[in-house]
Design a protein around this ligand. Structure first.
Ligand code: FAD
Ligand code: DHB
Length: 391
């Protein structure tokens, strides 16, 4: 089998890339290790930045998002029992959209299959060969058979645990990594959500009340990374959430049936360069942000946009100029996003080694933000549109 661009992974990075390439007349084949049900059921991020909303629209894939997604105009930060309300349209002229990552993925998969374009599920890639040649090969398995896809370029969109990053010689790649000793315990509950996305920094740790619909809340608690999901009964979860949201009389945060739970360990990670030979990587394969700020999905979309533009330039003008500068074109945005997500993590969480002095500084920063429109604007503009790319 042969194609122009072989894409490994049907997460946001791989699926957006496939659609963007198609729009530019470039053919691709997507190989995904897991089943369609598994990929569409994976609960992850939920916030689409303004530029991601625009890309969905430009691809003609925004109908269901506009019908079922929730436009989110407010970002609240709670501390000392008070709330800082950031009015996003007032501060930035834009808002974000709450629309689960698995809904985005469902829309992209449905459109790709409806158009008859190749997307192979349960087709795990085992290794890559000939990356420094003009015809790299992707070795994968399908229906118990070993197969090879030969292409002009390989797009490694296979997430943090994928195979593509491991194909870059160690001495050519620099890795920056910071692991936190806590995780986010996330649940979906059939419960009326708060009207605004609300982050809380309480003495007991971080909490976040988000939503997926007017009937479904998406709720998170900071927990030690050694914690196990089964140690969190529903009662324990609600007790802790009320306390961390300063809702001691339990009148504000509505409870309901918890029907999904997951645990996300926090880390910041950057691998650079993002390309080697004819392999170009995008999304979690080359960078992970801690989830505060909700950037992971949006970053993956931004990488896909830059890569699609560079490949289009190659095929149109027969020049690798944009491909050669792919990492450089992404690096500034990637580091700004790591910086924002890390800063928000530092502002909103409790740390095991935090001294009383550091705790006072953290609360004082929240006091400053509370009284400064300039500080609020700085957070709001990064929250709403840090992943925009000038393409
Ligand atoms: P992925 O979504 O990981 O997609 C990679 C795909 O490649 C997967 O479908 C995988 O099955 C496939 N693959 C891997 N190896 C192979 C192989 N060898 N062959 C073929 N296919 C392969 N971000 C937020 O902003 N907010 C959140 O609340 C949030 N929660 C998260 C919770 C979890 C548990 C995780 C893991 C991530 C979360 N993120 C969150 C991050 C966000 O979901 C990711 O940044 C986003 O999914 C990145 O998209 P991607 O396409 O780069 O990678
Ligand atoms: C959600 C996830 C995030 O990481 C975040 O910062 C805000 C909201 C969510 O899943 O809704």
């Amino acid at each position: 089998m042969r194609t122009q661009v072989g894409i490994i992974g049907a997460g946001p990075a791989g699926l957006f890339l496939a659609h963007l390439l198609k729009q530019k007349g470039i053919e691709s084949i997507v190989l995904e290790a897991k089943s369609r049900d598994y990929v569409e059921g994976r609960v992850r991020a939920g916030v689409l930045e303004a530029s991601t909303i625009d890309v969905m629209d430009r691809l003609g894939l925004g109908d269901r998002m506009h019908r079922e997604g929730l436009v989110d105009e407010g970002l609240d930060m709670r501390f000392r029992g008070r709330t800082i309300h950031l009015d996003l349209p007032d501060l930035t002229g834009r808002s974000v959209m709450i629309y689960g990552q698995q809904e985005v993925v469902k829309d992209l998969i449905a459109a790709r299959l409806a158009a008859g374009d190749p997307l192979h599920f349960e087709a795990p890639v085992s290794r890559l060969a000939g990356l420094d040649s003009a015809s790299p090969q992707i070795h994968y398995a399908e229906n118990g058979e070993e197969k090879v896809l030969t292409c002009d370029f390989v797009a490694g969109c296979d997430g943090f645990h994928g195979v593509s990053r491991a194909c870059v010689p160690e001495d050519l790649m620099k890795v920056y990594h910071h692991a936190y000793d806590f995780a986010w315990l996330g649940v979906l509950a059939r419960a009326r959500p708060l009207s605004d996305m609300t982050y809380s920094n309480s003495d007991r740790g971080f909490a976040l009340c988000s939503r997926r619909s007017m009937q479904v809340s998406r709720l998170y608690l900071q927990v030690p990374s050694t914690e196990r999901l089964e140690d969190w009964s529903d009662d324990r979860f609600w007790d802790e959430l009320h306390q961390r949201m300063f809702d001691d009389d339990r009148s504000e945060v509505a409870e309901g049936e918890i029907f999904q739970r997951d645990m996300a360990h926090l880390r910041a990670f950057v691998a650079t360069p993002m390309h080697y030979g004819r392999l170009y990587m995008a999304g979690d394969a080359v960078h992970i942000v801690p989830p505060a700020g909700a950037k992971g999905l949006n970053m993956a979309v931004a990488d896909a946009r830059v890569l699609a533009a560079a490949l289009a330039r190659y095929y149109r003008d027969n020049t690798s100029e944009m491909l050669d500068s792919y990492t450089d074109r992404c690096a500034e945005r990637v580091w700004k996003t790591i910086r924002f997500s890390t800063a928000l993590t530092g502002l909103l969480h409790r740390f095991s080694d935090q001294t009383e002095f550091q705790r006072e500084l953290q609360l004082s920063e929240l006091e400053y933000i509370s009284g400064s429109r300039a500080a609020q604007q700085s957070i709001a503009e990064q929250y709403v549109n840090l992943s925009n790319v000038d393409i």
